[in-house]
Design a protein around this ligand. Structure first.
Ligand code: NAG
Ligand code: NAG
Ligand code: NAG
Ligand code: NAG
Ligand code: NAG
Length: 312
């Protein structure tokens, strides 16, 4: 378990002008020992006059690949309030990377988001350390330093693609860590589908039914003792259709590439069956987005996932 003191949090942008981006700020989370920096973006409700707001309770959603998805999640909560005025206050914590040549930092993602295999792998998995960072350093800092007077009731974890694979790994490695696990278009084909055996080994097949501590309390006060899970994917991921401006040859070539690494529909159904069969989650939902591809699902599933997360 990482020592919380191993990470320091340095303001990167303390506040944007209110008329530009109210209630969003960014930090560098740096570990000198690990020679590693994450870029943390946090947003909180428009209705809060400051982060020192008192006497409030809130939900928190943690988003990996924060550079690409943090704003989408923040806007999703804010927009939803217009159609659901009773929505609880919510904080979004996005975990990204210092922007260099790309928004995803592909090299570091490969370390953070890929689960550990039983055999040596290149690069070595940092998923357990990444979980420790979130659990032992980031989340305590969010709760004690950033929002000391806010009572956090339930937390969710959202990830897409390799982030979605990481969410599945977090679910089986630390099922008590989040109340709701949202896995969008997970890279289940990684390492020949190794995650499937890990899921069955760690969660079992429904023979015994351990209860994982408390995940939080629902809106009616009922204790929620097992996590809730959503797996989502786009129908075009495994079954692409020809684009308007694409030749048949170009379409066949694109299709061959897609199918060589992803049978997204089949794999998500397989994951759903195993999670459901394990009976270790209080709810498992499999959701297909018609007409959507690997990219658009990232945004649809985070916004839709907010609705699922809030509604307990
Ligand atoms: C944040 O971290 C990046 C990457 O290490 C670094 O380039 C930048 O100077 C840091 N910014 C601050 C304000 O510490
Ligand atoms: C720290 O990481 C950067 C890349 O992020 C690398 O260029 C540098 O050599 C590393 N420093 C040490 C001491 O490992
Ligand atoms: C705290 O909030 C509750 C519900 O909004 C309200 O009834 C109560 O008076 C507040 N307490 C304080 C000390 O502001
Ligand atoms: C995946 O399967 C291929 C072909 O059987 C094999 O060469 C490779 O080592 C496997 N990779 C892993 C991580 O199991
Ligand atoms: C509270 O809601 C849960 C579902 O979220 C339901 O199973 C439970 O029966 C409800 N409890 C009460 C007291 O209404």
């Amino acid at each position: 378990m990482a020592s919380p003191a191993a990470w320091s949090f340095t303001p990167l942008v303390s506040a944007f002008p209110t008329a530009v981006f109210p209630n969003i700020a960014l930090w560098n989370a740096t570990s000198a020992a690990k020679n590693l920096t994450y870029q943390i973006e946090v947003s909180w409700p428009f209705g809060w006059e400051s982060r020192d707001v008192g006497n409030k309770s809130a939900l928190a959603m943690y988003v990996v690949d924060g550079n690409a998805l943090g704003m989408t999640a923040s806007e999703g909560f804010k927009r939803r309030l217009a159609v659901e005025p009773s929505q609880p206050d919510s904080v979004v914590v996005s975990i990204g990377y210092p922007l260099s040549d790309d928004v995803y930092s592909f090299a570091r993602r490969a370390v953070d988001l890929r689960p550990p295999l039983p055999t040596p792998q290149t690069p070595p998995s940092g998923a357990d350390e990444f979980i420790d960072f979130i659990d032992a350093s980031l989340r305590p800092w969010i709760r004690s330093t950033l929002f000391p007077n806010v009572r956090f009731t339930r937390d969710a974890l959202y990830g897409h693609s390799f982030g979605g694979l990481f969410v599945v790994y977090a679910l089986i490695a630390r099922p008590d860590m989040f109340d709701t696990f949202l896995s969008a278009s997970p890279a289940l084909d990684w390492a020949n589908g190794s995650i499937f055996d890990m899921v069955s080994q760690r969660l079992g097949t429904g023979g015994d039914l351990p209860v994982f501590g408390s995940c939080g309390h629902g809106q009616n006060g009922t204790a929620l003792s097992r996590p809730a899970v959503v797996i989502s994917y786009g129908s075009l991921e495994q079954f692409p259709v020809r684009r308007r401006a694409e030749t048949e040859a170009a379409f066949q070539a694109r299709k061959a590439i897609i199918l060589s690494f992803s049978r997204m529909t089949d794999y998500c159904h397989e994951l759903f069956d195993r999670l459901k069969g394990s009976r270790r989650a209080r709810d498992v939902v499999l959701k297909e987005y018609l007409g959507q591809d690997h990219s658009s699902v990232a945004a649809s599933a985070v916004v839709d996932g907010i609705d699922y997360f809030v509604d307990w």
